[in-house]
Design a protein. Structure first.
Length: 286
């Protein structure tokens, strides 16, 4: 193909993806955010956006940030340790292939299926719960039904956060050049000096970028929380559901748009930080 037609042909090839992004990502986002600036009479208003300062809404944002940060930190640490343990396995070996395949599947495993798995395992009448109670006399619900409240979301979220960390952080560990370790050893450096002065500074942007990605993943998750917690709206995605479906919030349906705007602002800050960190990490992966 001549150079005169190469660029238009490439642009034409991206057209289906551009249409998909416009119809299913950009347009719904604009509609959702735009409704936050429209009153029940259809006129422009800031009253709905001002509801973001309501204590209940602020508490929901605080709970979402707490849950996302906690599961992101735990998932990042555990996932990084798994990646480090896999460094000794052959890249094309059965162990690495199995872990990579499982991580790809489990990172997308959520919603009703994941909620049911935890209810059937450690629910009030779950298999593990009954076994511990009847065999060992230990009741994990002695202090309350925590699985169906905000603390109960931590374990299901970690379940898909760790595989996501393995997927995103493993390439950074693999990109560490053996020549760096050899040069460190040649100059009389120890394994400790290699990790503290070479490997960790190089891996820091990738680790922090993966941590932000895990935060964004948890912050925007809805299906697992909706299936597992049936009472209350303790996090922002469930607040949006309540604003759209609750019969006690008639006349404030557009509050969902304001909540979506708040989520988009938080996600924008997180993804900008992720992009900056990824650009810094890419310098060492070339």
């Amino acid at each position: 193909m001549s150079s005169r037609f190469r660029v238009p042909a490439a642009a034409f090839g991206l057209l289906p993806f551009a249409v998909y992004v416009l119809l299913f990502l950009a347009l719904p986002t604009l509609i959702a955010v735009g409704t936050g600036f429209v009153g029940t009479d259809g006129a422009f208003t800031l009253d709905t956006v001002a509801a973001l300062t309501d204590p209940v809404v602020l508490a929901a944002f605080g709970s979402s940030i707490w849950l996302s940060a906690l599961t992101a930190i735990i998932g990042a640490i555990v996932g990084a340790l798994v990646c480090y343990a896999l460094l000794g396995a052959p890249p094309a070996g059965p162990l690495r292939s199995t872990i990579d395949s499982l991580s790809s599947v489990l990172a997308q495993f959520g919603g009703v299926m994941l909620a049911f798995a935890f209810v059937a395992t450690i629910g009030i009448q779950g298999m593990v719960t009954v076994l511990l109670r009847d065999t060992f006399g230990f009741d994990i619900y002695a202090d309350g039904v925590w699985l169906y409240e905000l603390p109960g979301l931590v374990l299901p979220y970690i379940y898909f956060q760790v595989p996501l960390m393995v997927i995103t952080f493993m390439p950074a560990l693999v990109s560490l050049k053996t020549t760096w370790a050899e040069a460190n050893a040649t100059l009389g450096g120890s394994a400790r000096s290699y990790w503290l002065r070479i490997a960790l500074p190089v891996l820091a942007p990738s680790f922090l970028g993966s941590l932000l990605l895990l935060f964004a993943n948890a912050f925007s998750s809805y299906a697992t929380a909706a299936a597992l917690t049936s009472q209350g709206s303790q996090i922002v995605p469930l607040q949006i559901r309540s604003a759209l479906t609750s019969e006690t919030m008639l006349g404030r349906e557009n509050l969902a748009g304001a909540l979506a705007l708040g989520m988009i602002l938080v996600m924008t800050v997180v993804m900008i930080g992720y992009s900056v960190l990824q650009s810094r990490a890419a310098r060492w992966q070339r």
